[in-house]
Design a protein around this ligand. Structure first.
Ligand code: AMP
Length: 172
């Protein structure tokens, strides 16, 4: 199963800058049955786990998070870069290789006790997912797991998430 999905993830060397190997998921998204297989593989893991909301970060997290939410009968909550969400927000700033970035979520997106699945395409250094986890916990919701299509083991993102359970369909 995962061999087919793995074969549809394309390495783009030196994108967006020299030294980075970008994991391009567009060939996977373009293959309907393989895309469905990837979503089904993740959904199967969380069926019956009482997920209330799928929280995903722009932009590629949305592509996986929305079908996953539908499959699980859960709601979908977008996390966006600062300045994009129209209603009252909470925010978290995290360090990038150069500089920092700020992510926002609507303040009324989650309530205390909601069981949340956090979703993104790639777990790299873990800075993004850790910031999303802080947003979720600020609102008193519970993170059941962080799920990724793939994890870049050598960047140690899993450690940055501490005690939060992490699941990745593919590991590199
Ligand atoms: P990080 O905060 O370092 O874990 O980075 C995670 C975010 O950056 C995710 O939203 C990914 O989509 C993106 N990202 C980081 N590294 C890569 C990579 N090598 N290929 C594709 N996307 C990446």
């Amino acid at each position: 199963m995962s061999d087919r999905i793995r074969s549809l993830i394309r390495d783009i060397p030196d994108f967006p800058k020299p030294g980075i190997v970008f994991k391009d998921v567009t060939p996977l998204l373009a293959d309907g049955p393989a895309f469905a297989e990837a979503v089904d593989a993740l959904a199967g893991r969380y069926d019956g786990r009482g997920i209330d909301r799928v929280v995903a970060m722009e932009a590629r997290g949305f592509i996986l998070g929305a079908p996953l939410a539908l499959r699980l009968g859960a709601g979908f909550v977008p996390v966006r870069k600062k300045g994009k969400l129209p209603h009252e927000t909470i925010e978290e700033t995290y360090a990038l290789e150069y500089g920092q970035d700020t992510l926002q979520m609507h303040r009324d997106a989650l309530i205390r006790g909601h069981r949340v699945l956090v979703v993104d395409d790639v777990l790299a250094t873990g800075g993004t997912a850790a910031a999303v986890a802080r947003l979720v916990r600020t609102l008193g919701a519970e993170i059941v797991e962080c799920a990724f299509l793939m994890e870049l083991d050598f960047l140690g993102g899993r450690a940055k998430l501490g005690d939060i359970p992490v699941h990745s369909l593919l590991r590199y």
